[in-house]
Design a protein around this ligand. Sequence first.
Ligand code: NCD
Length: 305
Amino acid sequence: MRHLMSPLDFTVEELDRLLDLANDIEKNPEKYAHACGGKILATLFYEPSTRTRLSFESAMLRLGGQVLGFSNAASSSAAKGESVSDTIRMISCYADICAMRHNKEGAPMVASRVSGIPVINAGDGGHQHPTQTLTDLLTIRSLKGRLNHLTIGLCGDLKFGRTVHSLINALVRYDHISFVFISPEELRIPDYIREDVLDARGVPYKEVERLEDVMGGLDILYMTRVQRERFFNEEDYVRLKDFYILDKKKMKLAGPDMLVLHPLPRVNEISVEVDSDPRAAYFRQVQYGVYVRMALILTLLEVEV
Ligand code: NCD
């Protein structure tokens, strides 16, 4: 039985197959409409979410399966003190596969060790968010036609942003990738990513503070929200929250093919006036998120269509 904790749980070849499957689902949705008939997905969300939980549910429903779960730890037995391990043992009797989001790093991993069903990490604290990364990879590959030879700018909260950590981990496996990290000093990428992931593989990167200085050289600009819930004090959050605001004026500095991605939810970091720019890909990204989660559910349940 396979789980998904990190994007590295799949080899590059397996990822390619998964993304191919997602593209096939995009083209021929009717072929997959009953693929998961009789199967149940449980969504165990101990931390707030709109997109990730609903896109998992939408993915399972579009595969003809059914869903159950909770979207708030306060309404689950966690509020009575039940451990994640006990919860997953029980859920294994109710469902065939589960997606878990937790504020504690490693909670889905703990669950996977005792689970009787595949567990998907739907975001664990500031650590990883592998299904957002699958979404990002599918979006980039579908819209750019490649996952190599790319300069990717990651902007905003690079310290606490789990989507950023997972995406860097996944992209360093492709050829000729370079990164530009754009953040305030306090929100730079963690040392472990710099040392264990980038330096260990000799991946080129630079760290800058001003978005305007680097816009012109990017293939992808990945914007992120300042992760308020992971700050120790509100004052720091308030000081940093509007550090970057991508607007029409800054978009003029970018090339005609640069894509803007964002895992969403957005707060102020992308002005709504950018939404109508053909380079703004963040709502298309949401649609790719459903296809890739459909492909992931089929893969982990070993359903052949
Ligand atoms: C992200 C997350 O939860 O980490 N959202 C998402 O899943 N699409 C990004 C965020 O919350 O800023």
